[in-house]
Design a protein around this ligand. Structure first.
Ligand SMILES: [Fe+2]
Length: 284
């Protein structure tokens, strides 16, 4: 009797151990897959202000890469961007996060500019990296346009939209504010449809009061760990359950899209939050 009981307990323990190992393996798989497998996601943005010739215009947004490589020499990333057939490529900050990323940045940017015109705004990590001056020099040599509280006019068949960009608030003090930049834009370009590149996800009120039509932001990394039915768990300012963690948010006539980004931060693997290449398709 005693012998049978012992055998039963041993079997139960073994079964419990097998179930535990299986659950840990499933969890490890999801952490690995969510941190390494790139996904390309397309989103349509409609607005009556978008000129007809920009109907179908494809904007690829890369955010928060943090000096990462997908495959040798970022081959997988380059291939996925090529497959997305962008009209322009935008980089919304935290492209690098330490001063040793110069060579890495050069080799990637040289390939990106062969695909489409590339526009960049700074994130907090570029300012903290100590490598920003070198990065700007590399960008200039590669033909990447850094939008530093500045804008460009994109033209197609005699029609135009505005692409503006602001420096991250981690930058120099006393810079032009988004409101000042938009006053300039409206004065010089009228009410043209304006896309704003801005690293921070938690400044929708500022972007809306400035009058941006579409904002492409990042910084939140999708909340790093995403919980089903809840969303992002951890913001990059170390608070829990960020309000603007992924996707579209609207205030007044401003639509903000927050990318989940591509990189890793705090040495925490991503969970149910694959590195994202976002493709914003303009629709009149
Ligand atoms: Fe950031």
């Amino acid at each position: 009797m005693l012998f049978r009981t012992k055998v039963r307990v041993r079997r139960r323990r073994r079964r419990g151990l097998i179930i535990l190992i299986f659950l840990l393996a499933v969890l490890a798989f999801f952490f690995y897959d969510s941190s390494t497998r790139l996904v390309t996601e397309e989103f349509t943005v409609g607005a009556s202000l978008i000129p007809g010739s920009f109907d179908g215009f494809r904007i690829v947004q890369l955010s928060d890469l943090h000096g990462r490589s997908f495959g040798p020499n970022n081959e997988k990333l380059i291939e996925a961007i090529m497959d997305a057939s962008p009209d322009i490529i935008t980089i919304t900050g935290d492209f690098i996060d330490n001063s040793k990323s110069g060579e890495w940045a050069k080799s990637l940017l040289e390939k990106l500019v062969e695909i489409a015109p590339v526009y960049f705004v700074t994130g907090n990590h570029e300012w903290a990296s100590g490598g920003l001056v070198e990065l700007f020099a590399i960008m200039e040599s590669c033909g990447v346009k850094a939008l530093r509280n500045d804008y460009v006019v994109l033209e197609r068949e005699g029609e135009s939209i505005i692409l503006a960009g602001i420096d991250d608030p981690n930058g120099y003090a006393g810079q032009k504010t988004p409101q000042e930049l938009f006053s300039e834009i409206r004065e010089e370009q009228g009410e043209n449809y304006t896309v704003l590149l801005a690293h921070r996800h938690n400044m929708l009120e500022t972007y809306a009061s400035a009058g941006a039509n579409l904002v492409l932001a990042g910084h939140c990394h999708g909340g790093i760990i995403r919980l089903p039915l809840i969303g992002g768990l951890l913001d990059t300012d170390r608070t829990f359950f960020p309000e603007y963690d992924s996707g579209f948010y609207i205030q007044g006539s401003t639509t903000m899209f927050v990318s989940r980004g591509l990189g890793l931060i705090f040495n925490i693997p991503r969970f149910l939050n694959n590195p994202q290449i976002a493709v914003l398709i303009l629709k009149k």
